[in-house]
Design a protein around this ligand. Structure first.
Ligand SMILES: O=C(O)CCC(=O)C(=O)O
Ligand SMILES: [Fe+2]
Length: 222
């Protein structure tokens, strides 16, 4: 039976209360469109970069932001640690995608009604890039985080709200997967200990590396 004629809802997997993994949520056309848009955003007005850390190091991941610029550990309207350019606006169609994502993840037609993300962080992982366990806590809002993955698969480690340590669950995120964390899981520690090079399907638009886009509500207004 053809998927196109009889679309079947994707299975949702609840990883923790409020944290849901929806495998294969984006179809390949949506993945390709998003990759093309991310390539544009990566060029400027703020070029994608390895974020400098206060300790002197740099993140192995490369990041570019929309709506608000994130640098450790705050949001600003201009790229204070790059070229001081105003960041590209947060596009309406990403907000629409974010609202659809909540509907799918929480299996509730109204889950996205009041969701108005105003920033996106676009992360590119190549080579040995990874991301240590951290909380997304520079936002002044407890609205859910919507995370989309395209390209190489990775291990996404989803922990607890108390510490970087156990208990945690390792989830393999593949191209097109959606992961939402909100409610009691909104401030859970999470990270990406491993990316699996060469696992990307070129049909996704990514020939190498992993792209991750997270949408957030900063709660900063204006
Ligand atoms: O790449 C991912 O899946 C997670 C990214 C992340 O946690 C972040 O940008 O804060
Ligand atoms: Fe994060």
């Amino acid at each position: 039976m053809s998927d196109a004629l009889f679309p079947v809802p994707r299975a949702r997997v609840e990883i923790a209360p409020g944290a849901v993994h929806v495998p294969g949520w984006l179809d390949v056309d949506e993945q390709r469109r998003l990759v093309a848009a991310c390539r544009d955003w990566a060029r400027g007005p703020v070029p994608i970069r390895h974020t400098a850390l206060p300790g002197g190091g740099r993140m192995s991941v490369q990041t570019v932001c929309l709506g608000w610029h994130w640098s450790p550990y705050r949001y600003t309207r201009t790229a204070v640690d790059v070229n001081d350019a105003p960041v590209a606006p947060f596009p309406d169609r990403l907000g629409d995608l974010g609202r659809r994502a909540l509907v799918a993840a929480y299996d509730d037609p109204h889950a996205g009604d009041d969701y108005t993300p105003d920033t996106a962080l676009i992360n590119f992982y190549d080579g040995d890039a990874r991301m240590g366990m951290h909380q997304d806590k520079d936002e002044r809002s407890d609205a859910p985080i919507v995370s989309l993955s395209i390209g190489d698969a990775c291990t996404f480690r989803f922990g607890n709200t108390e510490s970087r340590g156990r208990p945690h669950r390792d989830v393999r995120l593949e191209s097109g997967d959606l992961f939402v964390f909100g409610g009691p899981s909104r401030f859970a520690y999470h990270g990406v200990p491993k990316v699996f090079p060469g696992t990307a399907d070129p049909a996704s638009g990514m020939t190498r590396g992993r792209l991750n886009l997270t949408m957030r509500v900063t709660g900063l207004g204006g």
